[in-house]
Design a protein. Sequence first.
Length: 279
Amino acid sequence: MVDSVKLNDSTSIPQLGFGTYLVPPEETVATVAAALEVGYRHIDTAQMYGNEAQVGEAVAASGIARDDIYLTSKLNNSKHGRDDVLRSFDETLEKLKVDRLDLFLIHWPLPTRYDGDFVATWKAMLELKEDGRLTSVGVSNFQPDHLQQIVDATGVAPAVNQIEAHPYFRNDAARLASHEHAIAVEAWGPLGQGAVLKDAVIGEIAAETGRAASQVILRWHLQRGDIIFPKSMRRERMEENFAIFDFTLNDEQVSRIDALDQGAAGRVGPDPDTFDWIG
């Protein structure tokens, strides 16, 4: 059974979900349908991914009650203006074929764009909660100072901060800053986009536990309290990634994985302080 994480708005989110980044639209329906069959009930997508409509189609066709599936999407980088936030959220609901969304995130802070005003974008996001069509509002890729700015300006902390995090890049600064504001951390790229799977230390621990390398890494995340949503288009990998609740890593194993951190050199995605892609 998948554990849940309590959010600072008194709602809960499944700690394990399924990611759809880089899943082509033409393969999304079958991929998400398979994930739901395996048992995933938390699906993460984004306006930027171009597959919201197909995620919605798979969810609608699954026969699973809407309240039993947790859906997340994210604001496109080109939609940071207030009216664009509100309009694009309507479009997301329409594409997903739902009348409410569980979680909506600012995808990137883009501090070098829009005159650095992600606070106005955050205020627009907060407006979306007022009519009941959005349950929780959060951010993605926000650095400690970005978090502090929006909390100082509005008095409202995001429910989650979705950040790059994996054994090669623990991203402790953003993680600790999030926790200081009672913000739950979601780790995107939990396997380091595959790079960590071949690490010798991970291989040793996999042998010790009789588990796959991916399971060891995902279990490490769970024991850190991170929310994760690994992506795979292969059903056997989906099943493998789902089977991580029946074992634990001991303290010594966790410490060995912790020691793999390379700081900023381990980052595989863009730096949120300089990333400015609009698309």
